[in-house]
Design a protein around this ligand. Structure first.
Ligand SMILES: *Cc1c(COP(=O)(O)O)cnc(C)c1O
Length: 387
């Protein structure tokens, strides 16, 4: 079956909005990344798409996992994921959650503060610790700066303190910001790692790992370089800084692995104009910020959007279905949709596999969280609704 036949079949038993994930794409992305980073460990940042079928697939392919909470951890343990393949990457966590993770066999923790480091030392004795160094997030469509990480001088202090607390200073992590278009941002991150590796070595602390975080792009409306170019450049930065003394490399991709696997199918509820003279149509969809398209906040992520109509494209404002005026998807940037678009038509929101279902509200205005249907175009199977 081709893609549209799968969609037709799924729509025959499911209403819109529905997020449709092709596991074959996730598999291809993972295997390709593995080829580009052959000796490295790939920790899937599961917050991007925690659907059990996605987790199972990646687990079977040999991926490791980065979790942000004990709830994500429990989901992995339910799927029988080996705890030695899981790292607790969130720098903000309760003491009892550290203790729980440790009791389940988690031995990798990330920190960016003395307070959290002390909690780790008391509740996860002798654990391996990553220190998160701050980046500025420039060049990223979805920046992650400020809230996470700390200055490299602070990392230095934390690593010395970790040793005193009987923890193992294991590596440095940075995250350049999600959907990062500027590959040079990794250059800066890698140099900070090198600086800290050298400085700490003088203190007798031999770090093992550089964790490159996330940031690899999915294929949205505006292009990013291909991931081969990212890999080539990132290896060049690592070689320039570390030479023969290459550290172990970890990556934590989220968006790259799952973004392109998803299409969100929506229906046009209404098309209207705000005044007799205004040329711009308002197109209201049955999906919006609160049931899947959170990342349209400030119009940061621009999804490719298409329809089955062939008419002349013209500008419109796209909005969601709820009674909240925040629920406008794109107004500053004018999407072009066919003139002959009709109420009731399907609208295909592409590259919607990451940060959609997991970001959708539990029932704002009564709209349920978006439903996900998973299929595998390589194995020719549609899985029944698992969430
Ligand atoms: C969200 C997150 C990731 C994944 O980022 P992407 O840009 O989606 O690849 C990786 N690491 C950490 C610590 C994160 O919080």
């Amino acid at each position: 079956m081709n893609k549209n036949e799968y969609y037709e079949k799924i729509l025959s038993t499911n209403d819109t909005p529905v997020l449709i994930i092709d596991l074959a794409i996730v598999r291809q992305r993972f295997l390709f990344l593995k080829k580009l980073f052959p000796m490295s460990h790939i920790f899937y940042a599961m917050k991007a798409n925690p659907h059990p079928k996605v987790l199972e697939l990646l687990n079977d392919l040999g991926a490791c996992f980065d979790v942000a909470s004990v709830y994500e951890l429990k989901n992995l343990l339910d799927l029988k994921v080996d705890p030695s393949k899981i790292s607790f990457g969130n720098t903000i966590k309760k003491k009892k959650d550290i203790a729980y993770a440790f009791s389940k066999g988690i031995r990798y923790f990330t920190t960016d503060s003395l307070e959290d480091l002390e909690h780790i030392a008391s509740h996860a004795p002798k654990a391996n610790v990553f220190f998160r160094v701050m980046t500025n997030g420039l060049g990223a469509d979805w920046p992650l700066s400020r809230k996470f990480g700390c200055h490299q001088d602070n990392v230095y202090t934390l690593a010395l303190r970790a040793r005193d607390l009987n923890l193992r200073p294991y590596g440095i992590i940075f995250h350049v910001g999600s959907q990062q278009r500027d590959i040079g941002q990794w250059d800066e991150g890698v140099s900070k790692c090198k600086y800290l590796f050298s400085l700490l070595e003088k203190e007798g602390i031999k770090l093992k790992t550089v964790n490159l975080g996330g940031g690899l792009p999915a294929d949205y409306y505006e292009n990013a370089p291909s991931v081969e170019v990212y890999a080539r450049e990132i290896w060049r930065f690592l070689k320039e800084d570390f030479g023969e003394d290459m550290p172990e490399v970890w990556l934590e991709p989220g968006r790259y692995l799952v973004g392109d696997s998803g299409t969100l199918i929506s229906e046009v509820i209404l098309i209207s104009r705000k005044s007799n003279l205004n040329m711009t149509r308002w197109v209201y969809l049955d999906v919006g910020k609160f049931n899947g398209l959170m990342e349209t906040i400030d119009e940061l992520i621009k999804y490719p959007i298409d329809t089955d109509r062939k008419g002349q494209p013209s500008s419109c404002i796209l909005a969601g279905p709820t009674c909240d005026s925040m629920d406008i998807l794109y107004e500053k940037y004018k999407y072009q949709l066919p003139e002959d678009l009709q109420i009731g038509d399907k609208v295909y929101i592409r590259t919607a596999g990451a940060y959609t279902q997991s970001y959708s509200s539990v029932g704002f205005n009564g709209f349920p969280p978006i439903k996900t249907i998973v299929y595998d175009s390589e194995q020719n199977v549609i899985f029944s609704d698992a969430n």
